[in-house]
Structure formats: C-alpha cells, structure tokens
Design a protein around this ligand. Structure first.
Ligand code: ATP
Length: 402
C-alpha cells in the first residue's frame, strides 16, 4: 500500500487578531479528522522565523511532495518560502534537485493578500466556510496553482568592501516608497491596532513623502519588452521609452512604487494591481504600479506646499484602489485635476515587466527601504535593489490548493 504523503500543519498564533489557534481547534482539526486526513506533524510557530525552521526540518525528514496546511498571513508564508528557497536541503533531500511544497492556506493574518486574491471575498465579513476553501480543495483533491516568485537582491555599491548581498524572495509584493514606509511604520502599531486600520494610520503619517530614485524596468524575455497599460485601448502596449534592449529608464521622485506577483489585491478590497486578474499574463512577469508627482501638469517645483497638495492626489489614488482598482483609469486634466476621462497623462503608470532595479538617491534615507511581503530591508548607501520575477527552476517549488 502506498504511504500517505506527508502533511505538516502549522499556524502562527500571533498573526492577525491572534485567533489562529482557536480557529484550528474549532474548524481545521475537526474537518481533517472528518475527512480522515492523517497529519504527520502539527506545530504552532513560537517566534518570528520559526515557520521557516519548522518547514525546513520537515522537508529534510520526509520524502516526496509535502503538503503544508498553514494558518497565517502572508508574512509567515514568506518566511517559509525564503527558508526553503535560499538554503540547500540535506537529510532525505540531500541530492534532490526540486522539492514540491503544496500549501493549503488558512487565512488567519491581517491582510491575507494571497488568499483574498485566490478566493475573492464576496463580503467583508465572510464566515468560517470562506476561510476553509483551500482546505476543502485539498480534501477534494483539486488543482494546485504554482506560485510565481520574485527574487530581490539588495547589493552594495561596487566600490564597497561589503561583498555579500541580501536576497529576499516574495510571493506577493515587493515595494519601495510609500508602501515600504507604511509597512515599516505599521509594525510598531500592531499591538494597538491589530487589524488593517494600522496600515491606514501609517499611510496618513507618510502620505506627503516623495522618494528620490532612478529606476530601470526590465523587459519580459518572450515579448522582449516592458509593457504599460493604456486605458484608452484597455490593454497593455509596448512602453514608448524602451531602449534597443527593451529596457526603460525612469526617473523620480516617486510617491508610490509597488510590484506584485500572484495577487491583484493586498487586502480584501484593496485592488492595487487589478490587471493581474483582469488581463492575465501569459508569461512570468510582475505588475508594477508607480506614481510620479512630476507627471502632474501643475507641478512646478518640489516644495513642501507642492508635496502637501499632491498628498490629496495620492490619497485619491489609494482610495480608488479600494473601488475595484479604479485608480488605473485616472488621468490629469490640464489644470491638474483627476478624472476618469480625457486624454491627459495617466496619474498611475501601470507596468508589466520581468523586473526592476531601484537605485535610490544616496541623500534620501527613506528611499532606501524595500518591502518584501511585509518584511522590511534597507539598501546600503550607494547600493540598489534588483527585483526579478521567476518560477523556480530548481530548488523548492511552491503551489497552493485552490
Ligand atoms: N509565536 C510568535 N511570536 C511572535 N511573532 C511570531 C510568532 N510566530 C510568527 N511570528 C511572526 O509573526 C509575523 C506576522 O505574521 P503574518 O505576516 O503571517 O501575519 P499578519 O502580519 O497578521 O498578516 P498579513 O501578512 O497577511 O498582513 C511574522 O512576520 C512572523 O515572523
């Protein structure tokens, strides 16, 4: 008789509003028992970073495709993916090139971006059945969807003595500018505001900030192009500033700079990259949303007044993202107002490409922050961050039951 594939159950007891354990005891374990699913190991994470160690140890002990039933938000999944992607496994997997990890997601975190994108919520107050959709898919033997990952390398300047670079793998979001600042600041608000409200408070505190950087957008291999969304044609077109290699140079300052893979939203209703699900990409790519205040026809000079005035436009962009992703249709009128009509410059530049390089201005400290699925990194002075979308060719492969 064939042995059962290994199943690891893991939940983060402190994620979201801290109810993962209760949810597992009341809903997940009873359902697994009812379905006669044998659990190989169950663990609660004990600290930040523990999820990666648990998954790593489990893979080194059990052969074959592994299923991880994970009760968490996006951050804990990020830890697992990073722990398995960036280190060579030993034990039973010593000479194994590729290990497949199939994840059953139980959304217990604050934002649950990946889950909400895979299982679109109908109302804001979905009941327990909504949270059990991936588990039901696993029990029914449904399909899995492979995850596209982005690999971001944070490197020091070539002249630096620091030779080692930092690498972060993201399954949801890689960002700089306002979003990275929000995630950086919101962590300290977690105790006080356990829900998504803390992101809004952190957003208000950072909304007037601009970020100085030079960006290179990198073309997808098959189209050999960086694409930009054209709201007139309602499709992606080749970026007009592409050079002979398909690379596009973009200069700041930036108010917003955020890329996603696998998701069209970062919270149940915050559809920041709506085209990820409306116009599905046929190749490995990421969706990138940028807001550059200089595109505003009324922009004259970078002053405190100009930044305060532009903050209202940034708020309008973020608010429209909550209105089914309508921010991507905004254009400027000649007098700098925002409208859904006309032929003025788009407020948001919505890009589809293979990756990007972010080279922050040395003098702009906040422009050095990078967010990878909620984890915050800092680029060293004179360095840069290079982010590229990939489906892992070797090493771990991740997929989710849907
Ligand atoms: N026992 C623990 N004690 C303290 N921190 C923990 C523990 N277990 C995991 N963590 C940390 O909790 C953090 C938050 O988890 P996670 O990101 O999954 O939830 P969230 O932030 O509430 O949701 P989301 O990422 O969807 O917004 C993770 O970064 C992880 O390092």
């Amino acid at each position: 008789m064939a042995s059962c594939p290994p199943v690891l159950v893991m939940y983060n007891p402190v994620c979201g509003d801290g109810t993962a354990e209760t949810f597992f005891n009341e809903h997940v374990f009873p359902r697994l028992e009812e379905a006669h699913i044998q659990v190989t190991q169950k663990m609660a994470t004990g600290a930040a970073g523990h999820a990666g160690t648990i998954a790593f140890d489990f893979l080194e002990r059990y052969e074959g495709n592994v299923t991880v039933i994970l009760g968490s938000g996006d951050g804990t999944l990020h830890e697992i993916i990073n722990a398995l992607s960036l280190v060579a496994l030993k034990g039973v997997r010593k000479n194994v090139v590729s290990s497949s990890v199939r994840v059953v997601l139980i959304p217990c975190g604050t934002a649950n971006a990946l889950y909400c994108s895979l299982f679109k919520p109908i109302s804001m107050n979905e009941g327990p059945a909504y949270k059990l959709k991936s588990l039901e898919a696993f029990i029914m033997g449904s399909d899995v969807v492979p995850l596209t990952l982005t690999v971001t390398t944070l490197s020091a300047p070539p002249s630096s003595k620091q030779s080692c670079s930092n690498v972060a793998v993201s399954a949801v979001v890689t960002s700089t500018a306002l979003h990275a600042s929000i995630l950086h600041d919101s962590e300290s608000l977690r105790k006080e505001l356990p829900g998504i409200e803390r992101f809004k408070v952190a957003a208000r505190n950072n909304i007037t900030q601009w970020y100085s950087s030079h960006v290179k957008l990198l073309p997808t291999p098959s189209a050999q192009a960086v694409e930009i969304y054209d709201p007139d044609q309602k499709t992606f077109v080749i970026h007009k500033d592409s050079d002979a290699h398909g690379i596009v140079d973009v200069h700041g300052p930036f108010a917003y700079f955020l890329s996603t893979v696998n998701v069209d939203r970062l919270e149940p209703a915050f559809r920041i990259t709506p085209l990820a699900s409306d116009i599905v990409s046929s190749e490995v790519s990421l969706d990138l949303v940028m807001v550059r205040p200089h595109r505003d026809p009324t922009f004259v000079m970078d002053t405190i007044e100009a930044r305060n005035a532009f903050a209202e436009k940034s708020v309008a962009v973020l608010t429209a993202a909550y209105q089914d992703g309508n921010h991507i249709n905004f254009r400027y009128t000649d007098d700098g107002k925002m409208t859904n009509e006309g032929t003025g410059p788009t407020v948001v530049e919505y890009i589809r490409c293979k990756g990007w390089e972010w080279i922050p201005d040395e003098a702009d400290e906040r422009a050095h922050l990078v967010c990878s699925d909620g984890a915050i990194f800092s680029i060293v002075k004179g360095g840069k961050a290079a982010c590229s979308a990939a489906v892992p060719a070797d090493g771990a492969e991740f997929s989710v039951y849907v």
